[in-house]
Write a protein that binds this ligand. Structure first.
Ligand code: NAP
Length: 292
């Protein structure tokens, strides 16, 4: 990207290969996942202010092979297949043939999982994990409402919640509002935002948790939550190789499966962004990286 703007600002070109410093690994990228935050950053919104002014290489979700390691890396060996979402919300440059990453921000890809599936997982699965497990401490028998469950984060959040023995109520697309009539839920995961965030406050019991993932919470939402005794959390996902290890275990045991809607070659990253911004994607979009 040499400027912020529409999908056409994503140009395919040559940049220098990065080199790993101490505690970092150099990853030969096989696939890179696409997330809504990539589109927001491309437009100059969201975390763009921390990524740096263009030119920069977009992207966070990555899967590839460890090509080299800086001093001090004990977690991996050259040749390991790894995945992660390094450096977020600073730039990681995952839409590329090579990236460097702090080793603790990556994990080994579990057996039986393809690089495309692995590249689709980190940002969405870590968001779901950090919300449901770390922030809400979701327990067996609790009820969680997942609003926007058909998308990248939502379809993984439902499975993580189920794996913890929670009861899941979900909305599966724009026209689906029935679940918003839920009452006395323990946790609401808001992946849609806008006016629906306020409606979600009413779905929760006193002492329940609203995870305002998509847009955060307005003052109106905060006031309503305070009146009803609901805790509001505005999470921002963070790189976490140890939590990725837990996610790997769920994937490895068959409790968590990522759904791939479509793949695009890296050269067609702009088409992937157009597709995501059009809506109606079920699961994840992934860029496949071929090396010349
Ligand atoms: N704070 C953080 O750290 C963090 C981390 C990850 C994601 N996010 C944000 O969270 C949101 C979701 O992320 P994602 O990766 O899951 O995005 P996504 O893959 O685009 O999924 C969003 C889903 O919500 C559905 N949806 C849209 N409007 C809806 C409505 N009114 N009712 C029910 N479902 C509706 C969409 O269905 P249709 O396409 O059919 O409309 C889509 O399946 C995005 O805004 C993203 O930027 C924040």
């Amino acid at each position: 990207m040499t400027r912020f703007g529409g999908p056409d600002v994503l140009e395919f070109g040559e940049v220098e290969r990065p080199s790993p410093i101490s505690t970092e690994v150099l990853v030969r990228v096989v696939a890179a996942g696409v997330n809504p935050v990539d589109c927001k950053t491309r437009r100059g919104e969201g975390v763009a202010r921390w990524v740096a002014p263009p030119p920069f290489v977009l992207g966070w979700d990555v899967c590839g092979v460890v090509e080299a390691m800086g001093y001090g890396v004990a977690r991996f060996a050259v040749g390991d297949l790894v995945y992660g979402m390094p450096r977020f919300p600073r730039a990681a440059g995952a839409y590329a043939e090579f990236v460097t990453a702090p080793s603790l921000q990556l994990a080994r890809v579990p057996a039986g999982v393809s690089p495309i599936e692995a590249a689709a997982l980190p940002l969405a699965a870590l968001t779901a994990w950090q919300c449901l497990v770390d922030a809400a401490d979701l327990r067996e028998g609790q009820t969680v409402l997942v609003h926007g469950a058909s998308g990248g984060v939502g379809h993984l959040a439902m499975q993580i919640a189920s794996s913890r023995g929670a009861c899941v109520v979900a909305t599966g697309g724009r026209a689906d509002r029935e679940a918003l009539a839920t009452r006395d839920a323990d946790v609401a995961l808001d992946l849609v935002g806008g006016p629906d965030t306020l409606a979600l406050v009413d779905t929760l019991r006193r002492g329940g948790v609203l995870l305002a993932v998509a847009d955060g919470a307005t003052d109106e939402v905060r006031r309503a939550a305070e009146t009803r005794g609901v805790r509001v959390v505005e999470p921002l996902v963070e790189p976490d190789g140890r939590a990725l290890d837990e996610i790997s275990m769920l994937v490895g045991s068959g409790s968590l499966k990522v759904s791939i809607d479509k793949t695009f070659p890296l050269e067609r990253a702009a088409a992937a962004h157009e597709r995501l911004e059009r809506g109606g994607v079920r699961g994840k979009l992934v860029l496949e990286v071929s090396h010349r």
